[in-house]
Design a protein around this ligand. Structure first.
Ligand code: ADP
Ligand code: ZN
Ligand code: ZN
Length: 712
């Protein structure tokens, strides 16, 4: 027998690979970054374990140990758990645990983090004739900032150079510490939440902080972070959206007196490496990042916070399909530290975990300070011309005249979701998906929002020649146009992926909106997420009807969350807020329930329904998804797969077509694997997945497992 390293190689293959120690060297410890020959290539890989095997001529040697023991055992364990739990190829571990720069063959130097701060001259300076420079001076007046952060906010490298040359700003390797601002005195519920959390600081404990929007949850995170950082611990805060970072890091700076380190996929590879190293050696005390940051190394871990824990962006939809929140909970458990999940609209999964005694519920029932919850009303869209109900239009006028801002949520970008011919009934459909094309009028194009296909909008009906085609329904683009005509006296801002293609545009807009002048914001999901916009007094959800009749069992939950989040944007300042829900089905029981109850009782009803139907989170669900150009092959593959799963405690259903049965020319089907308890499912999956690979159709279809799927 001979000792080998079991190596995780970044290749979509279901196993570890055995390697001998480097020639003339010793076996690198688990967690080492190594260079290995793989087929004809050389790859950067991770040592995942050690084993004894029979000597064989086929064994190759590790070419070089790049960093011995780079990844700590705790993270290696987490990586192995995630691979097993999500049924991913073991090699995916390399992608999760190493930042991109460390996956490359050529060695990489981290960008020295550059913090820029104002000099005394900069403080006194007035850059009236250079508005871009003045903007940067304004930001730095609040706190020193990382160069990368300034670039994210839209400062150009040229502007920074000009300011450095004038001596108005200086660069250093860390932001100078500043006296922390104490922040508001916490109210009783906030204090109770903070105390419970800090009491648990030496143990693994999971908390769900459910607090209505604007109730001061972030203030609790910040106070907790401050207490732990003072004790020398690191705090990791996960957020769903890159767009929320500037707002949060500004608050971290103000409460803690030093800047947070930021990790997300928009940062350059060298910046991410710098952050990764600062996390690993403990220099970074507070880390803020999106889901991939859950795998950051932590030298002195103290607390993990998952903000907006209900948000679907925490789930990765390709490669290793992990859920950042659930990995965070497991990680905190392995580390023996508390994890705090926060949301105004917690997921049914987390509420179920509270009921099962796995999470402790901390509640904040009232808005912080003097802000009151908004009043609710339903606007009946039946029999109305146009996309906005007349009562809603009148309310908008009133709020704007009173100096308020208006936020309208419509989760559909583009001009119109359907283009049709009134003469012959032709509709513009995607050739490769079961979907209509969306009309984008400003660019005169039709676009498929599922596969991305686009083509020119036809000037007349391609079937019958009718010149007057009908654009049905209103997306954000059309709403913006209509609103600009009806409200010519105030700015109308559209917020969606098309209008805010660059992130700094959105940041800039938010800045402007926070200044408080009356305006109308109309946009998609981007608008609904945790932004604090104190000037908004009227918020409305323009169309919920699609979600009311969706085939997706999660649709009511998502609807409730979107509605409460949008409602929560109204009246966060000192003026009272109003919320309007517009629908053609105002009597629908779900809307009634939402209106009468606050979110937690609404969610309790939904949870009861899921239980009655045996759906998650009362059961464990995994999907085997498959797709191919021939529907026949997909079905044959899944039928054969279903036959291979023989287990008393696992119920197999399908093949079932996906809700979008054809996308990008692929037919999509899935098998549902359900079990009352997670255990049997987790135990049975690895061997089953192995067997699938030898099925006759396995190579003709694309397939993967999705554990705890969020989309069906
Ligand atoms: P959430 O994270 O729940 O949306 P935030 O922490 O952002 O809420 O708080 C909303 C607003 O209320 C912020 O401006 C915050 O500074 C303020 N705030 C929070 N807690 C208090 C408090 N105890 N007293 C007064 N104002 C508070
Ligand atoms: Zn026609
Ligand atoms: Zn398409």
């Amino acid at each position: 027998m001979i000792a080998v390293a079991q190596v995780a190689v970044p290749a979509p293959l279901p196993q570890w690979f055995d390697y001998l120690p480097p020639v003339g060297g010793t076996l690198p410890p688990v967690g080492s970054r190594v260079l290995v020959p793989f087929g004809k290539r050389r790859l950067v890989a991770l040592v995942a374990g050690h084993a004894e095997v029979a000597e064989s001529a086929a064994l190759r040697s590790i070419e070089q140990t790049l960093d011995a023991g780079l990844i700590r055992p705790e993270l290696m364990q987490l990586g192995r758990w995630a691979m097993r739990y999500y049924g991913s190829a073991p090699g995916e571990m390399v992608n999760l645990l190493l930042p991109p720069a460390l996956r490359r063959l050529k060695s990489f130097r981290p960008a020295a983090p550059q913090w820029l701060s104002l000099t005394a001259a900069g403080r006194a300076a007035e850059a009236r004739r250079a508005p871009r420079q003045a903007e940067v001076l304004g930001w730095l007046a609040e706190a020193p900032l990382e160069r990368a952060e300034l670039l994210d906010r839209g400062a150009s490298a040229g502007v920074l150079r000009a300011l450095l040359n004038k001596g108005w700003i200086v660069a250093g390797d860390a932001g100078a510490p500043r006296p922390p601002q104490p922040g508001p005195a916490l109210n009783a519920e906030q204090r109770a939440a903070l105390a419970a959390l800090l009491r648990a600081r030496h143990q693994s404990a999971s908390f769900l902080l459910a607090g209505v929007t604007g109730s001061g949850k972030t203030e609790v995170y910040l106070q907790a972070a401050r207490a732990l950082v003072r004790r020398g611990r690191q705090v990791l805060i996960l957020i769903p959206e890159i767009g929320l970072t500037p707002q949060l890091i500004r608050r971290v700076e103000s409460r803690l007196g030093f800047p947070a380190h930021v990790y997300h996929s928009d940062r350059s590879e060298s910046e991410r490496l710098a952050c990764w190293q600062a996390a690993a050696d403990g220099r970074a005390r507070v880390l803020v990042g999106t889901r991939s940051a859950v795998f950051l190394p932590l030298a002195r871990p103290g607390l993990i916070v998952v903000d907006e824990e209900h948000d679907a962006s925490f789930k990765q939809q390709d490669g290793a399909r992990y859920h950042g929140r659930d990995v965070a909970v497991m990680r905190a458990h392995l580390l023996g530290i508390p994890v705090l999940l926060g949301s105004a609209t917690p997921s049914l999964e987390s509420l179920n975990n509270v009921e099962q005694g796995r999470y402790r519920l901390l509640q904040i029932r009232r808005r912080a300070g003097t802000a009151e919850p908004p009043t609710w009303s339903l606007a009946d869209l039946r029999g109305q011309r146009g996309a906005l109900e007349s009562g809603l239009l009148a309310s908008m006028r009133r709020h704007l005249d009173a100096g308020g801002q208006v936020l309208l949520y419509r989760n559909r970008r583009g001009y119109a979701p359907v283009l049709m011919c009134p003469a012959c009934g032709w509709q513009a459909d995607c050739l490769r998906c079961d979907a209509h094309l969306t009309l984008h009028q400003s660019v005169q194009r039709l676009q498929c929002h599922h596969c991305g296909a686009t083509r020119k909008a036809p000037p007349r009906c391609p079937d019958c020649g009718e010149p007057d085609l009908l654009a049905l329904g209103a997306g954000t683009e059309r709403l913006e146009q209509d609103l600009k005509q009806q409200f010519a006296d105030v700015p109308v801002h559209r917020v969606d992926r098309d209008s805010m293609s660059r992130r700094d545009e959105f940041a800039r807009l938010l800045e402007e909106v926070r200044r408080g002048d009356p305006c109308i914001l109309v946009g998609t999901q981007m608008l609904a997420k945790g932004h604090h916009l104190p000037g908004v007094t009227l918020a409305a959800v323009l169309d919920v009807d699609q979600a009311l009749f969706s085939a997706d069992f999660r649709a009511p939950e998502r609807l409730g969350q979107a509605v409460c989040q949008v409602a929560g944007r109204a009246g966060r300042g000192d003026r009272p807020g109003q919320f309007v829900l517009q629908s053609r089905h105002p009597d629908h029981p779900l809307l009634e329930q939402l209106r009468r109850a606050e979110y937690l009782s609404f969610a309790a009803c939904l949870l009861e329904e899921r239980r009655a139907a045996g759906l998650p989170p009362s059961s464990a669900l995994a999907l085997l998804r498959a797709e191919a150009h021939q529907a026949e092959s997909v079905r044959a593959f899944l039928e054969a797969a279903a036959k291979l799963m023989q287990h008393d405690e696992i119920e197999v259903s399908g093949p079932i077509p996906a809700i979008l049965a054809r996308r990008g020319g692929y037919w999509r089907y899935q098998l549902w694997l359900q079990s009352g308890f997670r255990g049997p499912l987790l135990a049975a999956l690895p061997a089953w997945l192995d067997n699938l690979r030898s099925l006759p159709h396995a190579r003709r279809v694309r397939w993967h497992l999705d554990m705890d799927p969020l989309e069906i």
